[in-house]
Design a protein around this ligand. Structure first.
Ligand SMILES: Nc1ncnc2c1ncn2[C@@H]1O[C@H](COP(=O)(O)OP(=O)(O)OP(=O)(O)O)[C@@H](O)[C@H]1O
Length: 246
């Protein structure tokens, strides 16, 4: 079976800076793949290359058997790829449920003007409420996003990505800036993601990485330093020297 996502020798330079170097790996249905590495290793750039925010200089990105290397972001989303962003990009004044409904409208190709009569699409309203429930946000349906705690805003980002019904979900540092006390809710949301979804996560919180991932790719100076199971990676002397420490 073809992988859900496959990178083949993907490369990116910014001027003289070689940011990602011949990166190859695959992601299959049900995978929980963590991309880890020191600051500036190229992790976010690589996720941008996968999602189409940044074009690759060379190499290929394949999504569910199709070469999407030259396709724009929106086409990749339609092909089953969704992502959350490291920086919260939510419309702050909108009530939470409206945000989700907006994402559902976009997925269904409904126009912005139709959105004014959002209440005449009961199936989408019901789906939005189901998503809110799944992420433990139902009590906040009518709350403006800006009034929620940061950890809850990260949950909305995840719900928005899942509203697109992706096959592959890219999570860019879901724990960044989340106070320790709110971490448990995010962890259980991660655990509750559909089992057959392929998840690629960038995360600096190693407790989360080693608890969540079934495979880990270590990026160092733009290149893959190591790839393997969490146990392989924990024991790998090169990874310990470059990133994990002793
Ligand atoms: N648009 C850009 N123009 C020039 N250089 C860039 C650009 N984006 C990233 N870089 C550089 O590329 C390198 C890799 O950055 P990137 O953000 O991908 O690393 P990262 O592994 O995600 O780091 P962190 O863990 O700190 O988020 C860095 O040296 C960064 O300064």
């Amino acid at each position: 079976m073809s992988p859900l996502l496959q990178l083949r020798q993907v490369d990116k330079r910014y001027g003289g800076l070689h940011v990602t170097r011949q990166v190859s790996f695959r992601l299959d249905a049900g995978d929980r793949l963590a991309l880890i590495g020191p600051n500036g290793a190229g992790k976010t750039t690589l996720v941008h290359q996968i999602s189409g925010v940044v074009p690759s200089d060379s190499g290929e990105v394949w999504l569910r058997g199709e070469n999407v290397t030259r396709l724009p972001q929106a086409r990749r989303v339609r092909h089953g790829l969704a992502r959350t962003f490291q920086i919260t990009t939510l419309a702050p004044h909108l009530p939470v449920q409206r945000q989700i409904e907006m994402a559902l409208f976009e997925r269904e190709g409904l126009s912005a003007s139709a959105w004014r009569s959002v209440d005449s699409y009961p199936a989408l309203t019901a789906e939005a409420q189901e998503l809110l429930g799944r992420f433990g946000l139902r009590a906040h349906a009518a709350t403006a996003t800006e009034d929620l705690a940061y950890g809850e805003q990260r949950l909305i980002e995840m719900a928005l990505a899942m509203a697109l019904r992706p096959k592959v979900l890219l999570l860019d540092e879901p724990m960044a800036g989340v106070p320790k006390g709110d971490g448990a809710r995010l962890l259980s949301a991660l655990d509750a993601l559909p089992k057959d979804l392929g998840v690629l996560i960038i995360e600096h919180d190693m407790d989360l990485v080693f608890r969540f991932a079934n495979r880990i790719v270590v990026l160092c100076e733009g290149a893959v330093l190591a790839e393997g199971s969490p146990d392989d990676i924990r024991r790998d002397p090169r990874v310990r020297a470059a990133y994990l420490g002793n």
